[in-house]
Design a protein around this ligand. Structure first.
Ligand code: DGJ
Length: 735
């Protein structure tokens, strides 16, 4: 509806979410509201209700902060677009802005994701020779995506320094949550007040990094998994990047994100354009709802892995570089016997790769170690009915390799050679078309020859001094896109080929790389105690079917901690299960037990890989409850883990969130088979109980006296509709 100001309110509604935009004819959209569905409320009055008094200073009141905040409008925070023509054309303003609203699948937006709606706004700045566009999409899940583009229409080069769109969040947002970490300790949450100023999380290593913020959230103080309004953003990009939370004295609370560009990295010639990566944004009453929107969005994509996720064996921690065929064959036999469906040969199979000092880049099977090639192994693996996976690190090169000796110019550098080594390796500049083609052809030849079903794609060092030879101009942006192209080319050549994104563990698990990957390696650290935290927080972004979760050896190779098999396996079954353990040194009793856990996973995985992820807000910090609930809420599974010594004895009750409050469920303890507690310590309900969904969420179950680093898995199945509580009369059979 038109207002006297010339502004229009546009109300988008999808997936329980409303977004209200203020659209004007000389400004990019301003987001007035983003949160719970407002129904068919008249939205034009919202313009009036939210119009800010200006007083005598537009600059200090900031009446409108657009999706790309504009310095020339009086915004005194970081401008949305920073750039110039060698010092000119640095302050954009618009002569005119047009807005187009389009539903997916209509002529205006034929290839949009089903059910989505998009607002595309284009601003023309004739004075500066720029055309600036924002695209905001609201998807069926209620997930938002936002990106911005700039096109140079001027006569000379325009350098983009940064393009950083912004999403305002509600004024309730007083607290920030994001993640940090390091190699083998990824996804550690951190919180702080959302004070005035900026909280800035940057990644300059050519990848999001092990300390990646991953999802930057702003919410009501004390927000948890099930409570408190919260908004969050993630950048779908695998190169240099930044996420910021910016709170201004004029009351704006912005979540922002974009690519970090190196000096001179994007200079647009006349007619050229640059797009920021997608800023993926979600909200919820608690983090569970926020993450369920992301999971639903991912699961709705055509490329999302829908086939049953095969249980895999990865041989890395079993053999490291010691590739001995009889041992590797023995592992294959034992793996098949415990129910493994995919066998992955890790690092060490290619020319000269006897340790981590040499060989990267020489993607030929080492004929010293593998005189008959990989066929003796791959044939047996296939005969045993398993898929075969192989490790590559395509973007890397060892100085001690034929590739580096023959093509030193393919290594990144800024004029002083290849720069500092990291893990004794350097980065292959895929911006050289010949280097790109070389790697693509080598990988293709091996995938075709050995019938490879799965690539574990590693990336063990950050990009520093990533200059493209011979000039040394920055190459990170081009490298990021080239990596995507390499993955895309392999996937289009080999239908059904799956890729795991590994980056010395979880240094690259963003939604950019996940456009073309089917699994992430959450961390090199498979200590189940640590994995409880890392998997819980990684699942804020990625659903369980994408998380590589392995059962390791009794004494963990990274931390030295010794843990029972039940805890290691019970932790690993909650994802895409794998085993990374020298099975040739495992007792028959442990192999039997491992086989039982593989069977537990197989009985769970259909539910686990499609259901809604829920987590209880702990009443005792020692007791972690995670669950997955089928979309129709007829079936659920929960894992209760004791991650430290509890505050009370017995520990506080277990509440099971996410069930249908009006159904009665049967609760059964399904694993471990010995129940994890002595009969004397076991509450009565562990023999099985029927209770209403409301009772399970509100009253809960007494927690068994679990030792630290033990867990139980519960299966919870709807048996009938109830009349509003537990154990109520049968009204209707839920199945
Ligand atoms: C780092 C990975 O994360 C490990 O799982 C393993 O693949 C090694 N690289 C191999 O070098």
């Amino acid at each position: 509806m038109e207002l006297s100001t010339g502004a229009i309110a546009e109300h988008l509604r999808r997936g329980g979410t409303s977004v209200v935009l203020r659209l004007e004819d000389t400004e990019l959209p301003c987001l007035l509201y983003w949160g719970t569905d407002l129904g068919d409320a008249e939205t034009a009055p919202i313009l009036e209700a939210t119009a800010r008094p200006v007083g005598d200073s537009v600059v200090y009141a900031n009446p409108v902060v657009a999706l790309l905040p504009r310095h020339s409008s009086g915004w005194l925070g970081r401008p949305g677009l920073v750039g110039s023509r060698a010092g000119r054309s640095w302050s954009m303003s618009f002569d005119a802005v047009t807005h187009e609203v389009a539903e997916a699948g209509t002529p205006r937006w034929p290839d949009g994701a089903p059910g989505a709606v998009r607002v595309r706004s284009t601003g023309t700045d004739a004075v500066n020779g720029l055309v600036v566009t924002t695209e905001l999409e609201l998807h069926a899940s209620g997930l938002l995506r936002l990106r911005a583009g700039v096109r140079n229409t001027g006569p000379d080069g325009y350098e983009v320094v940064s393009l950083l769109p912004a999403l305002p969040v509600g004024e309730q947002a007083n607290e920030l949550l994001d993640m940090t970490g390091r190699h083998s300790r990824e996804r550690t949450p951190q919180r702080r007040p959302f004070d005035q100023g900026s909280w800035v999380r940057e990644a300059w290593g050519g990848r999001p990094g092990h300390d990646s913020a991953t999802v930057l959230c702003a919410g009501e103080a004390g927000f948890g998994f099930r409570r408190g309004r919260v908004w969050g953003v993630h950048l779908a990009w695998s190169g240099n990047q930044v996420l910021t939370a910016e709170r201004s004295p004029s009351g704006w609370r912005l979540l922002r994100g974009g690519e970090l560009l190196l000096p001179g990295e994007r200079v647009l010639a006349r007619g050229e354009e640059y797009w920021s990566p997608w800023l993926v944004a979600s909200w919820g009453e608690g983090l569970d709802e926020l993450s369920s929107r992301v999971h639903r969005f991912l699961r709705a994509r055509p490329q999302h892995p829908r086939s049953t996720r095969p249980v895999l064996l990865n041989v890395w921690e079993a053999v490291y570089f010691d590739h001995d065929l009889p041992h590797l064959l023995d592992l294959a036999e034992r793996a098949a016997a415990v129910g493994v469906e995919r066998y992955v040969l890790d690092d060490g199979w290619f020319r000269g790769r006897r340790d981590d000092t040499a060989g990267l880049g020489d993607w030929y099977v080492d004929d010293g170690v593998w005189p008959d090639g990989l066929a003796p192994l791959t044939d047996r693996v296939h005969e045993l009915g398993m898929q075969f996976g192989l490790w590559f690190e395509p973007e890397m090169v060892s100085l001690d390799s034929d590739l580096a000796r023959e093509h030193p110019e393919w290594l990144f550098g800024t004029g002083r050679g290849p720069g500092v080594p990291s893990r004794q390796q350097h980065v292959l500049d895929l911006g050289h078309p010949e280097a790109f083609d070389h790697v693509l052809e080598r990988m293709s030849e091996l995938v075709a020859r050995y019938g490879i079903d799965f690539i574990k794609w590693d990336h063990n060092r950050p990009l520093v001094d990533a200059g493209h030879q011979p000039t040394g101009v920055p190459g990170v942006h081009v490298q990021t896109l080239a990596t995507y192209r390499l993955m895309d080319a392999l996937k289009s050549r080999f239908s059904g080929l799956e890729i795991e994104s590994c980056c010395g563990g979880g240094g690259r698990l963003d939604l950019g790389v996940m456009e073309r990957c089917d699994r992430v390696w959450v961390s090199d650290n498979i200590d189940a105690h640590e994995r409880q935290r890392m998997q819980r927080w990684t699942s804020l972004l990625l659903p369980p079917e994408l998380l590589g979760t392995h059962v390791g050896s009794a004494r963990d190779h990274t931390t030295g901690r010794s843990l029972d098999l039940d805890f290691r396996a019970g932790t690993a079954v909650w994802g895409h299960l794998g085993i990374e353990w020298d099975l040739s040194a495992v007792s028959d009793a442990d192999l039997d037990e491992l086989g039982e856990w593989v069977a537990v996973h197989k009985s769970l995985r259909d539910l686990l890989h499609t259901g809604d992820v829920v987590r209880a807000d702990p009443t005792d910090p020692a007791v972690w409850i995670e669950g997955v609930v089928a979309a129709d809420r007829s079936d659920a599974a929960y894992r209760v883990a004791m991650v430290e010594h509890p505050l009370t004895d017995p520990p506080g009750r277990i509440a099971l969130p996410g069930l249908d409050p009006d159904r009665t469920y049967r609760v059964e303890l399904v694993a471990p088979s010995d129940g994890a507690v002595s009969p004397a310590d076991a509450p009565a309900w562990v023999k099985g109980i029927e209770l209403g969904g409301r009772v399970l969420a509100e009253v809960g179950l007494v927690c068994p006296r679990l030792a630290v680093d033990t867990l139980v898995l519960l299966r919870v199945t709807a048996v009938r509709r109830s009349a509003g509580g537990g154990g109520a009369p049968v009204l209707q059979d839920a199945r």
